[in-house]
Design a protein around this ligand. Structure first.
Ligand SMILES: C[S@@+](CC[C@H](N)C(=O)[O-])C[C@H]1O[C@@H](n2cnc3c(N)ncnc32)[C@H](O)[C@@H]1O
Length: 205
């Protein structure tokens, strides 16, 4: 694959540059990342699947990209999955997977036009990383998750330390709005030798 696209995506200095990079990459994203050994979607979907019992649970795939995570959850039997992403081009690819009820273009770094307590679970893979979305976005994810619901996300290694994720997560734990159930280190992109943290939180009842 063309490594220049990785550089463009991870070094984007603003959202316009980032969305431009995803516009160029959307059509090749799945095949490029398969080649690179992008294992985070499968690892994260498996962790969420271990906690969510109801296959009709209302799930949001936040930062859905081309829909790899939605496709895995649908294969695991989940029936009611929405998709959200900032990139129209990635959403267009996600739509082709035919696994989402609703696809929404929105910015996870801004207030979301989604009602409080909407989702039973949120999954967010590959999106808490350099130049994408940071820990300030946890508040909105918590707000739109039902009491007792789950939020499962990856944070790329490097970004986890550089952007003080643990500190932000602990601060929210201190307010009692969510409780940590799992925090694991797993492979992220094997071809790049990069790992990530996979975190699963339960929103307060
Ligand atoms: C590396 S991709 C991961 C996509 C998918 N979850 C996966 O694992 O294949 C990151 C995604 O985050 C999206 N993204 C970046 N910044 C965003 C923002 N502020 N709001 C919503 N989505 C964003 C990008 O458009 C891209 O589709």
């Amino acid at each position: 694959m063309d490594k220049a696209i990785f550089d463009k995506v991870y070094n984007a200095k603003d959202h316009d540059v980032l969305m431009d990079a995803y516009k160029d990459w959307a059509g090749q994203y799945d095949s490029d990342l398969e080649q690179e050994g992008y294992v985070a979607p499968a690892a994260t979907a498996a962790i969420l699947d271990a906690y969510v019992e109801d296959k009709d649970a209302y799930i949001l795939d936040a930062g859905c990209g081309t829909g790899q995570v939605g496709a895995l959850l649908a294969r695991a039997g989940y029936t009611t999955i929405d998709a959200l992403d900032y990139s129209e081009d990635m959403l267009a690819e996600a739509k082709k997977k035919n696994v989402y009820k609703k696809l929404t273009q929105a910015d996870l770094t801004k207030p979301l036009e989604i009602a409080d307590n909407t989702y039973d679970a949120i999954i967010c893979v590959g999106t808490f990383t350099y130049g994408h979305v940071g820990p300030d976005s946890f508040g909105e994810l918590i707000r739109i998750t039902k009491n007792g619901g789950y939020i499962c996300f990856t944070v790329r290694e490097g970004a986890y330390e550089d952007h003080d994720y643990r500190k932000h997560m602990l601060k929210l734990e201190g307010t009692g709005c969510w409780e940590l159930e799992e925090l694991r280190q797993t492979d992220y992109i094997r071809g790049e030798n990069v790992t990530c943290k996979v975190c699963l939180y339960r929103v307060a009842k």
